[in-house]
Design a protein. Structure first.
Length: 179
């Protein structure tokens, strides 16, 4: 797989654009992403199961599996490294079927998630684990949009600039973790 370097805005990540990305591509992502980890996913599912709207529009959205720490002086957030994505595997297929375009995290994904990525022309980006302080430098703003009581695990709307990612699983099912 040939590696390419791509600058990408979140609003440009349509099904067609996602289909052009290849596993191994390095991406500098700018635009809006939402954070959500385990507890937030459970609450989002409770809303969906009750026939209510999720706390942010899923169509075309990107979820970053992270729980940023409180902001340091002059920063939008503190450390903001990725969490292990496999813990969100039970939730990802349904969210993708509802319009989620991409996920950002670390580690491999299960077969049902890979199938959902392919079925929905989505993408799974890997962020570098252990680099939360460096990743925080790419975050321009952060605002809680749901579940404030969860603290760092609340759902946040973040504006990122040149967030360094790698396409780990592309819309064709090519998977860096399963070479």
């Amino acid at each position: 797989m040939a590696m390419r370097e791509i600058r990408l805005r979140t609003e440009e990540l349509t099904r067609e654009r996602a289909a052009q990305l290849r596993a191994g591509d390095r991406v500098l992502l700018s635009g809006t992403v939402y954070t959500a980890r385990d507890a937030a996913h459970k609450r989002i599912f409770a809303l969906l199961d009750a026939g209510q709207e999720p706390p942010f529009p899923l169509e075309g959205a990107i979820i970053y599996y992270a729980g940023p720490t409180p902001a340091q002086q002059g920063m939008a957030v503190g450390s903001c490294g990725p969490t292990t994505s496999g813990r969100m595997d039970p939730f990802a297929p349904r969210l993708m079927d509802l319009g989620l375009r991409a996920m950002v995290g670390k580690g491999d994904r299960g077969d049902a998630v890979v199938d959902a990525i392919v079925r929905n022309s989505g993408v799974y980006f890997a962020a570098v684990g252990g680099a939360g302080a460096l990743i925080a430098r790419c975050i321009r703003s952060s605002q809680v949009v749901a579940f404030d009581d969860l603290g760092c695990e609340s759902v946040k709307r973040m504006e990122v600039e040149d967030l360094p990612l790698t396409v780990a699983i592309d819309s064709q099912g090519r998977d860096l973790y399963r070479r």
